[in-house]
Design a protein. Structure first.
Length: 268
């Protein structure tokens, strides 16, 4: 359920001026047992727009021709990044962070990295869509892409649970993976909705297809299937909104119509 200032939010028909993903995200959150608390409709709308940006960035990375790799075999466009010995990408001093992130999506054939790095790249690209170039370059001046490392301004939270929302990050574990294919030990995936997920190296597929792919890369006589862990990672949307609302509000202005009736809030 969604509450705004302690009052439950109810959906009336469809959302005026809202796209289909936005409608589905709000409907999903309303139908969950978990309570999602907001101080204002604008704060909720900020999260919705951010989640939609994560979906857009996932699709763009899926179409970018980037490849999956281990840290040892990672590659990048060295016009924009310095590749370190451990497989990290460090933005060059003479390059704007926005240019470096954008190049991954523009020249994906020059890049190879593993799944955790892919998810962080998606989240940075979504952040760029929300805050714009000037603020992105201000926040992420010394950008490094490596595994699950991220700048402190990109606040992420991992919690237990199995109620997933579009734009969430989950982990699919392959407990008995084939040691000859270590990149199939599992990986992070973005929840795309309609029972589909974006998994770097596999693409946008239903969970059954991703699990089947991982199960085909298990050690001999394996008994345990790959499975989705009951945990979810997502940006700390409320904190990001509160810390940056003055600079972000023009880009995420709310288009919801709201009405207060008794002790309930209705949106349409």
């Amino acid at each position: 359920m969604i509450t705004i200032n302690g009052l439950p939010l109810n959906l009336v028909q469809q959302l005026n001026q809202a796209s289909l993903p936005e409608i589905e995200i709000i409907e999903t959150m309303i139908n969950h047992a978990e309570e999602y608390e907001y101080q204002s409709v604008e704060e909720l709308w900020f999260e919705i727009k951010f989640r939609v940006a994560i979906l857009h960035s996932s699709r763009k990375l899926d179409h970018s021709r980037v490849r999956v790799a281990t840290f040892a075999t990672s590659k990048c466009n060295e016009q924009f990044w310095k590749l370190t010995k451990n497989g990290a990408f460090h933005v060059r001093k003479d390059v704007q962070p926005t240019e470096a992130i954008t190049d991954i999506f523009r020249n994906g054939n020059l890049y190879s990295f593993e799944s955790a790095t892919a998810v962080v790249i998606i989240l940075y690209k979504a952040t760029l869509e929300i805050v714009g170039q000037t603020l992105f370059n201000q926040y992420f001046t010394d950008l490094v892409l490596y595994d699950w490392h991220y700048d402190q301004d990109l606040e992420l939270l991992t919690t237990k649970g199995n109620e997933f929302i579009f734009g969430d990050c989950i982990y699919i574990k392959n407990p008995e993976f084939d040691p000859h294919t270590p990149f199939c030990r599992g990986g992070y995936a973005i929840v795309m909705g309609q029972d589909k997920y974006y998994d770097h190296g596999i693409g946008i597929k239903q969970d059954k297809a991703i699990i089947s792919h991982l199960n085909n890369h298990r050690k001999t006589n394996a008994q345990k299937s790959a499975n989705i862990l009951e945990q979810v990672t997502r940006p700390h949307f409320n904190s990001l909104f509160k810390n940056k609302q003055h600079s972000l509000s023009p880009k995420v202005s709310c288009k919801l119509l709201i009405a207060y009736l008794g002790k309930k809030i209705y949106i349409s």
